[in-house]
Write a new protein. Structure first.
Length: 559
């Protein structure tokens, strides 16, 4: 299915901000990446606005609209009345001019459909109703259908203003006319997908901006807007705007406006529990209603500014319309999300795996996005969350792990801040530098126990790696490594005591030198002996030679 809002998981930083802000927790985490659970999502747009990486992506329907214009003779725009909050320097005339340049046949205000809808609401107040909930906001309608189906009897059985206006346009121009809604809402894309008989496509104001930019077109600014008396329903996109257009003729009813998903949920809970009666309730999931829709929030336009723009733009009388209130009747059906509740034993086992065996560790801090550790455990069982999403658990686990490593490593470990103050020192390091006590040197300068020059060099980017040195004051040989972690602004020192190795090497060297000395002495004496023998052998040989020569001469003379 071509979803209206997706999560681009490739660059997800696993910050959990989307799940923390999602009012119905329609976010799951798989492989440490956030994904939207489309079957649960009500398309309120909260995750789209809070994601710091802008990884929530709205479906682009520009190509679809280009196709409608290319192949249809009559393509009309139903322009949301909140346009004046997004384009405060424009009016309906300049909007129509810009949109016709893009190829649209004509532009009308969705407020026409709002007029039909509010007329239907007024008629409902004459009937025997207990509670009536406005049906303008698709996110509210979806919330009720999926999570509060027992409140469906109270949801006004009429179309939304967008659908009512689409019906009205097609009634006037024929069913072959195409209608494109343009507004600040993501949910309207889903609404149009579900009701193509009324609306053929939906664009956001952001998509319209992109299109205008591609065509090098701009919406003209107007210094003074022409007043249109029959435009009262332009008030619809503000909190209480629906109520301000209605007659509210039935004094037996209380009339109120509720905005923001959290408040809408609380109100539905009260209705479910039978705490509310004889009320007409205008509901919107956006704080400030449509003038603070997801696309306008992204533009950082304030609710007050948007509301003032709408107030100034609205007239005192109703728009004319042709569709009847009976034609916009609609039945909203149960689309509830059925999630079985896990057994208590499963929940308890999961809490234990989360490091929450002790009830005192169930902090309910909300850092994971869930209101309580129990809710988080249920989400884990349902496959929507991971145990690692608990920040206190991760911190405790990381602290325990690092403490175990630091405490049990055979090497000396010391951490300094950039002012060379000792922040951490383990027992091995304390032993190396004279059997000191850690509490006596924490927060003191490193110069109190060691020469600081290597640490100063490390701060300047000259890291020290496996440097051998003799600590004369402690009579120890060490191999020292010092690294500057500029991300956390600390110096990390790892010192290995190599005294035994060095002493053993020295003894081996001394033994070698002694052996060489003895060898030299033996060789010297042997050479002297050889020389003496050689001398004696040389003298004897000479005497023998003389005797033999004399004998030879005697024999010759005798002959």
């Amino acid at each position: 299915m071509n979803y209206c809002l997706i999560s681009n998981t490739s660059d997800c930083k696993n910050c959990y901000k989307c799940i923390r802000h999602c009012p119905i927790k329609a976010i799951s985490f798989e492989n440490d990446r956030a994904s939207i659970i489309h079957e649960d999502c009500i398309l309120c747009g909260t995750c789209y606005n809070v994601c710091p990486q802008d990884l929530k992506v709205i479906r682009n329907d520009l190509e679809k609209v280009h196709g409608l214009i290319r192949y249809s003779e009559k393509v009309f725009v139903s322009l949301a009345p909140s346009f004046i909050a997004y384009y405060p320097e424009a009016d309906i005339t300049t909007m129509r001019k810009a949109l016709q340049k893009l190829g649209f046949t004509d532009v009308e205000e969705t407020a026409v459909g709002a007029t039909i809808v509010k007329s239907a609401y007024d008629e409902m107040l004459d009937d025997d109703h207990d509670i009536i909930i406005s049906s303008c906001c698709h996110s509210v309608n979806t919330l009720i259908k999926r999570y509060y189906p027992d409140c469906l009897p109270y949801l006004a059985d009429v179309l939304s203003p967008m659908q009512a206006h689409g019906l009205d346009i097609k009634k006037r121009y024929g069913n072959d006319a195409k209608v494109v809604f343009i507004g600040p809402c993501i949910a309207k894309k889903d609404e149009a997908d579900r009701h193509p008989e009324y609306i053929d496509a939906v664009l956001t104001f952001e998509e319209l901006d992109r299109w205008l930019s591609e065509k090098n077109e701009a919406i003209e600014e107007v210094t003074s807007k022409e007043a249109i008396e029959k435009s009262k329903a332009r008030l619809f996109p503000t909190t209480g705007g629906v109520l301000r257009t209605m007659k509210k003729a039935n004094p037996a009813f209380s009339y109120m406006a509720i905005d923001g998903t959290e408040e809408v949920i609380r109100t539905l809970e009260d209705i479910r529990e039978g705490k509310i009666h004889k009320c007409f309730i205008e509901m919107s999931t956006c704080h400030g209603s449509c003038v603070n829709g997801p696309i306008i929030v992204k533009k950082q336009q304030s609710i007050v500014t948007g509301t003032l723009s709408v107030n100034r733009f609205a007239g005192k009388e109703d728009f004319d319309f042709t569709a009847t209130t009976k034609e916009i009747k609609h039945v909203y059906v149960d689309d509830s999300v059925h999630l079985p509740m896990p057994e208590e034993s499963q929940i308890e086992e999961t809490l234990i795996r989360m490091g929450k065996k002790d009830p005192r560790k169930r902090l309910n801090c909300g850092s994971c996005g869930y209101d309580s550790c129990r809710e988080k455990a249920i989400a884990i069982i349902r496959g929507k969350a991971k145990e690692e999403m608990c920040l206190p658990f991760l911190m405790e686990k990381a602290t325990s792990l690092s403490d175990n490593i630091v405490s049990n490593t055979p090497n000396g470990v010391m951490v300094l801040d950039e002012d060379l103050n000792i922040q951490l020192i383990n027992d091995t390091m304390c032993h190396i530098v004279g059997n000191i006590k850690a509490q006596d040197v924490i927060k003191t300068q490193v110069v109190s126990i060691l020469d600081p020059f290597d640490y100063l060099d490390a701060l300047d980017g000259k890291s020290v790696f496996a440097k051998k040195e003799y600590l004369s004051e402690y009579d120890r040989y060490v191999e020292n490594t010092i690294v500057h972690d500029d991300k956390f602004n600390v110096l990390i020192c790892i010192m290995r005591d190599i005294t035994k190795e060095e002493v053993a090497k020295q003894k081996q060297q001394e033994l070698m030198e002694k052996t060489l000395s003895i060898t030299d002495d033996v060789l010297s004496k042997n050479m002297m002996t050889v020389h003496e023998i050689a001398s004696l052998l040389g003298e004897t040989a000479a005497q023998t030679k003389v005797a033999l020569t004399s004998l030879k001469d005697t024999i010759k003379n005798h002959d």
